[in-house]
Design a protein around this ligand. Structure first.
Ligand code: SF4
Ligand code: FE
Length: 485
């Protein structure tokens, strides 16, 4: 059965020869690096839960390629039920990690590439789809993590890829031989890149004919020669180096992003899934973005569950749980969080079969889902900070708590309601800090804004999908200007 355990995943990462830089230094052992390890634990959770019978219905699926059970993160959605289970799986993982678990970008990439290559072959007579499915079979059989990489640095946003003063601001083909292509450029903000076995590159915008060299889609092992990773900083990340568990807030799990540089990297022909077919770059962007906007209706909701729980615990610890305005704020948080979930479920259940057989979400509803995600987590975070109190940002450190000189003052003056241990109160305060201002806030707040596309990107898609003419016609009929058809 092609399912790895969490421990096997960690071992497989140790086998990779990744070129990773952090604080200007090359990191030889990423798995045991204290800043990186929590993000690896989050991905490992996608393996651990898949091996847990209680979660097998969400975490695994039967592959339409091999007939074998595979991790759902490697699966092509075969029904709207698969799409719904995907969102439920993401909520579960958000609840278990309270962070970004990173593996969704690959899942969303493979599903988008599958249907687009099928349609491209049908229209242009190319032969990408079969090649892609062979590749995916390899990914499924080996239960691999794929980093789906779309976002280029983009340079001057007012210029097309081919108009940029520096041609490398969008990843592009610089050479081609019978054996394959050579590419140069970079992908920015790459979630989970350093924790992946494979990296799957897609174009980041719809391309015109002049941008042909930028219309490229391919997959490579993450340690292929010429690929280099520069690890992104997160606020409070060096707290993980202090050896103090409480101050980290979420000591076991975290997310990760990196700037990935491609310095004249060779891609063998059998790993190329789009090579200058610029007419299909827009469809690939639209579908990948759509799937990832659906994803946020699961993962952010799961993290939101933890934040709501933390705020409610703080209300208990502060002796404020019975205040009517606190109860109402918690109700509001739940309402906002479940609204996001409703959008994630709705765009999934309204999905449809594409020509390749792979199911696609309802794009309008997926974009509405993500548009709400650019707002509601901020309000949920604001309410959590309100309930928690200012102590979450003025709290002394764990070392002070343990200090023989001042620890007893912390025990005395930071005591809350009832007999709650001060340490529990401190742990919960740090968790709220982590989710709203610390490392997890990267995933819960700023990623909610910009991940899977910034708000305006969704508004463009909402405008495109809204079918305003149909709505106008409805109005004309009701107003008696036109008869019903
Ligand atoms: Fe998955 Fe959410 Fe992270 Fe995207 S932001 S990779 S959907 S957990
Ligand atoms: Fe993301």
């Amino acid at each position: 059965m092609p399912l790895k355990t969490g421990a096997q995943y960690l071992d497989s990462l140790r086998q990779l020869d990744l070129q990773v830089y952090l604080f200007g230094e090359k990191i030889d052992d990423i798995v045991d690096h204290p800043i990186i390890r929590p993000s690896i634990n989050s991905v490992a959770k996608t393996y651990e839960l898949a091996g847990d019978d209680r979660h097998a219905d969400l975490m695994t699926a039967r592959s339409n390629l091999s007939g074998e059970p595979v991790n759902r993160f490697c699966h092509l959605h075969q029904s709207t039920d698969d799409l719904v289970r995907k969102v439920r799986m993401q909520r579960l993982l958000g609840q278990k990690t309270a962070s970004c678990f990173q593996r969704c970008v690959g899942m969303d990439a493979i599903n988008a590439i599958d249907s687009v290559t099928f349609e491209m072959d049908h229209r242009l007579g190319t032969r990408y789809h079969e090649r892609f499915r062979d590749y995916l079979r390899y990914v499924q059989d080996n239960d691999l993590v794929v980093d789906g990489a779309m976002t280029d640095p983009k340079g001057d946003r007012s210029l097309r890829p081919s108009q940029q003063p520096d041609p490398d601001m969008y990843l592009h083909i610089v050479d081609e031989t019978a054996e394959g292509i050579v590419v140069r450029g970079a992908k920015a903000h790459q979630t989970g890149a350093v924790n992946s076995h494979e990296i799957c590159i897609m174009p980041t915008v719809a391309m015109g004919e002049d941008d042909r060299d930028y219309a490229v889609c391919f997959a490579l092992p993450s340690d292929a020669p010429g690929i280099l990773y520069i690890y992104g900083r997160q606020s409070c990340d060096t707290r993980k180096l202090e050896g103090s568990e409480i101050d980290v807030g979420n000591a076991r799990y975290g997310g990760q992003e990196a700037l990935v540089v491609f310095e004249d990297v060779f891609v063998p022909r059998e790993r190329v899934f789009m090579c200058r077919e610029f007419e299909f770059s827009g469809a690939l962007v639209e579908r990948f973005a759509g799937y990832h906007r659906q994803s946020y209706g699961g993962c952010k909701v799961g993290v939101g569950d933890v934040l709501i729980g933390a705020a409610a615990m703080m209300a208990d610890y502060n002796g404020a749980a019975r205040a009517s305005h606190v109860k109402d704020k918690i109700i509001e948080m739940v309402h906002l969080n479940e609204t996001l979930y409703a959008c994630g479920i709705a765009c999934s259940s309204q999905g449809h079969r594409t020509a390749s057989g792979t199911f696609l979400i309802d794009l309008l509803l997926a974009n509405v889902c993500k548009q709400n995600v650019t707002r509601f987590p901020y309000e949920i975070g604001r309410l959590a900070e309100d309930i928690t109190g200012g102590l979450m940002v003025t709290l002394p450190s764990e070392k002070d708590l343990r200090s023989p000189a001042v620890g007893h003052y912390i025990e005395k003056y930071l005591k809350g309601a009832g007999d709650t241990p001060v340490e529990h109160r401190m742990r919960m305060l740090r968790l709220v800090e982590n989710l709203t201002l610390g490392c997890a806030a990267v995933g819960y707040r700023t990623e909610s804004m910009h991940g899977a596309g910034s708000p305006q990107a969704q508004r463009i898609m909402i405008a495109r999908q809204a079918n305003l003419e149909h709505k106008k016609k409805l109005a004309r009929v009701i107003a008696g200007i036109e008869g019903e058809e």
